[in-house]
Design a protein around this ligand. Structure first.
Ligand code: ZN
Length: 168
């Protein structure tokens, strides 16, 4: 089913991947040079990463949360995808998607690509909670849930504290 679309998705990810490799270092500090930005990118990657297929509200919330969590490693791209495509992407990356834990998002570490199952999207709190987990995978460069959660707890704390500070 929809093999062409899947092939296109994966091909475009890896095409951008090889482009991204040249920027090498994982430090999120310096602004990324956009000299060779591919034409297909929908939004200028102001924060150094690109968000695909999100609603404007989702993208705004995601970018604000990631800024507040101040992660050690940023994703390069975040895809909001319908459930069928999420499963297809997981299969193509040979990832086992468990039915319970962590089945709403996953991150392909070598390409620093995060997939979010948009059919399971449950609002900005949900988004921040699970994105913290994915940022934990990225920062630890580990596929282990325990490693991801250890960092995720710190990111959630930062997010909560800055939201509290704002409301006072
Ligand atoms: Zn995980």
């Amino acid at each position: 089913m929809n093999l062409a679309i899947r092939t296109f998705l994966i091909a475009s990810i890896f095409a951008q991947c090889s482009h991204a490799q040249t920027s090498g270092s994982a430090t999120p500090a310096g602004p990324e040079t956009s000299a060779a930005a591919p034409a297909a990118v929908p939004e200028p990657a102001a924060d150094g990463y690109t968000v695909f297929n999100a609603t404007p509200e989702q993208e705004e919330a995601l970018r604000a949360q990631i800024r507040l969590m101040h992660p050690d490693v940023l994703p390069l791209r975040v895809f909001f995808v319908p459930h069928w495509r999420y499963l297809a992407a997981a299969r193509d990356f040979h990832l086992h998607v468990p039915t319970g834990y962590g089945s709403m998002m996953f991150t392909h570490l070598p390409s620093r690509t995060t997939f979010i199952d948009s059919d399971r999207y449950m609002g900005t709190d949900w988004l921040g909670h699970w994105m913290a987990h994915e940022l934990g995978h990225l920062a630890s460069n580990s596929t282990k849930e325990g490693d991801a959660e250890k960092l995720a707890r710190e990111y959630r704390k930062r997010l909560k504290e800055s939201l509290l500070a704002k409301s006072h």
